[in-house]
Write a protein that binds this ligand. Sequence first.
Ligand SMILES: Cc1cc2nc3c(=O)[nH]c(=O)nc-3n(C[C@H](O)[C@H](O)[C@H](O)COP(=O)(O)OP(=O)(O)OC[C@H]3O[C@@H](n4cnc5c(N)ncnc54)[C@H](O)[C@@H]3O)c2cc1C
Length: 366
Amino acid sequence: MRVKPPRPPRSLAGPGAGPRVTAASVSWHSAWMHDVIVIGAGPVGLACAIEARRAGLSALVIDKGALVNSIVGYPARMEFFSTPDLIEIGGHPFPVRGYKPTREEGLEYYRCVAAREGLDVRLYERVTGLRGERGRFTVCTGRGEHAARHVVVAVGFYDVPNLLGVPGEDLPNVTHYYREPYAYVGQRVAIVGAKNSAAKAALDCHRHGAEVTLVVRGPSVSDKVKYWIRPDLENRIREGSIRAFFDTTVAEIRASAIVVRTPDGQRELANDWVLALTGYRPDYTLLEELGLEIGGDEFRTPVFDPVTFETTRPGVYLAGTVCGGLQTSRWFIENGRFHARQIIAHVAGRAAETVAFDRIAWKTQE
Ligand SMILES: Cc1cc2nc3c(=O)[nH]c(=O)nc-3n(C[C@H](O)[C@H](O)[C@H](O)COP(=O)(O)OP(=O)(O)OC[C@H]3O[C@@H](n4cnc5c(N)ncnc54)[C@H](O)[C@@H]3O)c2cc1C
């Protein structure tokens, strides 16, 4: 039987306006027992809630930020690497104007899917802890408590940047998130990193009037950079329009300079802004607060059953990119969206299908 949760205190959603989103301005205790609470309203969290409702289970999604908060934080007009069919959820077609979706098309797509599915979503409500056991959990948030029989943790990895760990990293001219080039017009910008985000930011800033210096720890631009981006960047470096230091690390950041360790010794470069685009990691503090076990492997992979995605805390499941731990290039939307089916089959008491990683773990191939 499909059970409808009680109406939350105040709904922001007009008819067809969006998912049933609750204003998070009041603290309250929801005595309603949800079959499933999903922590994280990213694409994979939404896919889990859709799958749960289709199995006749009640599902509440809670996010500390906006709907698909990570994508909201992506660079403006960013193009996904995936073709739209590979990041669809709930079987809803994802029409796009070009070949690949843009960030803005993605935001609109996931918003429309959540609305069409009538998902129950609470936004701007941070989950801080989890009490209880399978069948009677209490999910603690900054605004109250919610009861659930099962909990799916789909918190991604985009909230905690990998820090350089150097003096000056906390200065206001340093950021770990790139949004758009206009703040950097006519400015000297050091970009640290050599993967896709750094490569795209370097080209974008250069093409919008910034003086770009790329600081790369390895000997070359990463071979993980997409084939259509890498030659563009390498040619700009070769012609001298982007300056690059390889085998180089940052020693210190100052308000108007950056100190780097190059193979030829330490150098101080005049500089205005630093974009430290050195990747992100799951919020391990949160995972530990939720009582989840972390493996002792080099990627600090959270421990979960590869078929059901249940963690060693019975009734608590992991889904999406967080499953890879520090190996953030293992799970994407493309393959993480399939976790939903396996998790909800187990929650609903059906046999979860064993899916070989290779069968779903493709990335857009071109
Ligand atoms: C720039 C960029 C481009 C990418 N392009 C692609 C692509 O083309 N194709 C692809 O398949 N993948 C891509 N990815 C990788 C990945 O698939 C996406 O990051 C995707 O958003 C991950 O989905 P997710 O649902 O697992 O996690 P997320 O989308 O990160 O969702 C996690 C959610 O959990 C919330 N959350 C975290 N902590 C809490 C808390 N304590 N309480 C409540 N909520 C919390 C966050 O606010 C967030 O909304 C890209 C990643 C980046 C960084």
